[in-house]
Design a protein around this ligand. Structure first.
Ligand code: 0RA
Length: 641
């Protein structure tokens, strides 16, 4: 367009479309926080993955730039650059400016996209301050640029493409700070998702580069798994002891729906089953997961009964007994997936259930016939689990009866708050009696409750439910929070909207936080999923200069404050070693007062990554744990799973 007056109806529609995205970004990318920010990357990568699944792309490179941008490059066919009939503009421009235009092109049905994904690269464009694209195809190299979704100038052909040279798409975008609350891309968040995508799409090579550090420290990881989800299961089981060497794997296709299953039984107590539909982690489950569970329960019971292995037990094994310690990945690809549920992560297509069920039935019974020793070991472990389940039920009934009968059923150590409104009530779980004591004095008793915990919390990764419920700390936490646990978890009974882990900023504090998180993750997962779990972020230093007080969270921040606010003078600097060292006033000021405190909300972005993290951190294998801690040295990186 050379002049505004030449805006046709088509262009006006385009601008209105982009305006709608900018007005309600959350409708398109879920949120404008860190999650939404990362979603922009996934959106572009999904398009490259689609190219790979269509057989046209082998390698995808994601680069976090030093200037806050992200570049996604692939060696696919390249976005078409010829003229789009309807809009009379280059197709490239149409795809980047018209909502959902990508799917309308021939041979590009965007089959495997769904949920929040698949909204189209135009959404990324609309939410970027700047987007630059380079296309290699049709014998040429083409570039185009956009600001907040609007084209800057015309698409240009800047060179020719040697015959035989790689075609492809390269998109660099800088998210718009007017839209997003944060501009900080987390390497660990991106690496978890990209690794997962590489597992789910075997053969695709995905590289992640972080160029924010000085050149010598540029970090690069490459994910490529010929074994696909088989390798995913091996990876998840790295620190678990497997009961059989080979991962059980089978695949099937029916009515254009692809099913893949990989599984391996382990000696552990925690099961770890991850279901995906079109590469989306269907955290809320759905028809594929139901089909998997039904078939597995039937196969194991059939085998056990046929071989007379259930004589110790009255009745059959329950699904949960069989899934104890089982690691599995179920991945389906569907031409028209229906995503339901609160977070649109539940697969609704009912026909999928039967297809997965028969694939699993066939695959597992064949495996059992060929590996009777493994089958028997799996049954024996499930029988153990069933016995423990029955014991736990008794223990649980006992605690429930106890708490129901006693009027003061809340733990004696809990200093409760007055408010009964979970919208405002907060629970501080404080490490150690001294921090607990300070917190009780410091708090605002109207809406802040304090539960001190002494010493280490039980490592729930290592114990079955009956033992876990015998632990007093854990019982106190359960009764204080009010929701119950496991299958009986009820979010409506939550007593505090914020459950805040108040632990020290040292190694012990990090350990206790991880133990608490492991418990929440394994037994109160909806608490994490709904964003009710927080960690305090107390400052490390307090600096006083000329009657003013400054708090610093890091050494760097301390140095900056000294340099900028204190004229570089040596000043009075106090280092807080732990919460217990602060007096109540300081504790209120720095950690509890909603006006000044910094809380970190703990979210589960990626269930498989979280599962892996807990099994590695809490498991027996020392090697993987050391490696994990080395790789994720700044703790902030792994707490935010
Ligand atoms: C529309 C049509 C075709 C490919 C693409 C879009 C495409 C989009 C993206 C986004 C990132 N990488 C991408 N690669 C391709 C089909 C092209 C054809 O039929 O040749």
């Amino acid at each position: 367009m050379s002049q505004d007056s030449e805006y046709g109806a088509g262009q006006i529609q385009v601008l209105e479309g982009l305006e709608a995205v900018r007005k309600r970004p959350a409708m398109y990318v879920g949120s404008t926080d860190s999650r939404g920010l990362h979603h922009l990357v996934y959106e572009v990568v999904d398009n490259s993955i689609d190219e790979a699944l269509a057989g046209h792309c082998e390698e995808i490179t994601v680069t976090i730039g030093a200037d806050g941008s992200v570049t996604v490059a692939d060696d696919g066919r390249g976005i078409p650059v010829d003229t789009h009939e309807e809009y009379d503009r280059p197709a490239l421009e149409v795809i980047l400016t018209v909502l959902h235009a990508g799917g309308k092109f021939d041979g590009k049905s965007y089959q495997v996209s769904g949920g929040l994904h698949g909204v189209g690269v135009s959404v990324v464009n609309a939410l970027s301050e700047r987007l630059d694209v380079t296309i290699r195809r049709d014998g040429g190299v083409f570039t185009h640029a956009f600001e907040r979704g609007e084209p800057i100038g015309e698409m240009e052909r800047i060179g020719s493409l040697e015959p035989g040279a790689d075609t492809g798409t390269e998109i660099t975008f800088r998210p718009d700070p007017e839209i997003f609350e944060t501009d900080e891309f987390a390497f660990s968040t991106l690496s978890n998702r990209l690794r997962e995508l590489a597992f789910l799409n075997s053969g695709v090579r995905i590289a992640l580069r972080d160029e924010r550090a000085p050149e010598a420290d540029v970090r690069e990881e490459v994910y490529e798994y010929e074994g696909g989800i088989r390798e995913f299961v091996e990876y998840l089981n790295e620190s678990r002891s497997a009961m059989h060497e080979d991962v059980i794997y089978f695949e099937d296709e029916d009515r254009n729906i692809q099913v893949e299953v990989a599984m391996q039984a382990t000696e552990e107590l925690q099961g770890s089953i991850h279901a995906f539909a079109n590469n989306i982690n269907t955290r809320e489950g759905g028809s594929h997961l139901t089909g998997f569970k039904t078939a597995l329960t039937r196969c194991v019971n059939d085998y056990a009964n046929a071989n007379d292995l259930l004589s110790d037990l009255d009745g059959n094994l329950k699904g949960e007994d069989i899934r104890e310690g089982l690691t599995a990945v179920v991945s389906i690809k569907h031409p028209d997936p229906q995503f339901e549920g609160q977070t649109k992560t539940k697969l609704g297509n009912s026909e999928v259930r039967g297809i997965v069920e028969s694939a699993v039935h066939e695959g597992v019974s064949t495996y059992f016939e060929e590996h009777p020793d493994t089958a028997e070991a799996i049954v024996a472990k499930a029988v153990e689990a069933a016995k423990a389940r029955k014991a736990a039920k008794k223990a649980e009934e006992l605690t429930r009866r106890k708490s129901a009968l006693e009027s003061t059923s809340l733990p004696g150590k809990l200093a409760d708050c007055q408010s009964r409104d979970p919208g405002e009530a907060e629970l501080f779980i404080a490490e150690g009696d001294s921090a607990g004591g300070s917190a009780k004095q410091a708090r605002n008793p109207e809406f802040q409750a304090v539960l001190p915990i002494r010493g280490k919390v039980l490592n729930v990764e290592k114990h079955r439910l009956d033992r876990i419920l015998e632990n007093e700390q854990i019982r106190n936490i359960i009764t204080a929070i009010g929701t119950g646990i496991g299958d009986e978890f009820d979010l409506d009974s939550l007593r505090y909207g914020k459950v805040i882990m108040a632990t020290d900023a040292d190694v012990d504090g990090a350990h206790i936080r991880t133990l608490l998180l492991t418990f929440f993750y394994r037994h109160m997962r909806p608490l994490l999923e709904n964003g009710h779990v927080y960690a305090t972020q107390p400052p490390l230093y307090r600096i006083r200069y000329r009657g003013e007080t400054y708090d610093a969270m890091t050494d760097a921040e301390r140095d900056e404050i000294v340099a900028e606010r204190c004229d570089g003078n040596p000043t009075q600097i106090q280092r807080f070693k732990g919460l217990g060292e602060m007096n109540p006033e300081q504790l209120w000021d720095t950690t509890m007062n909603p006006e000044n405190r910094i809380l970190k909300r703990i979210t589960i972005e990626d269930a498989a990554a979280a599962d892996k993290m807990f099994s590695v951190l809490m498991g027996d294998a020392v090697g993987p744990r050391k490696q994990f801690i080395k790789d994720h040295a700044p703790e902030a990186e792994w707490v935010d799973i």
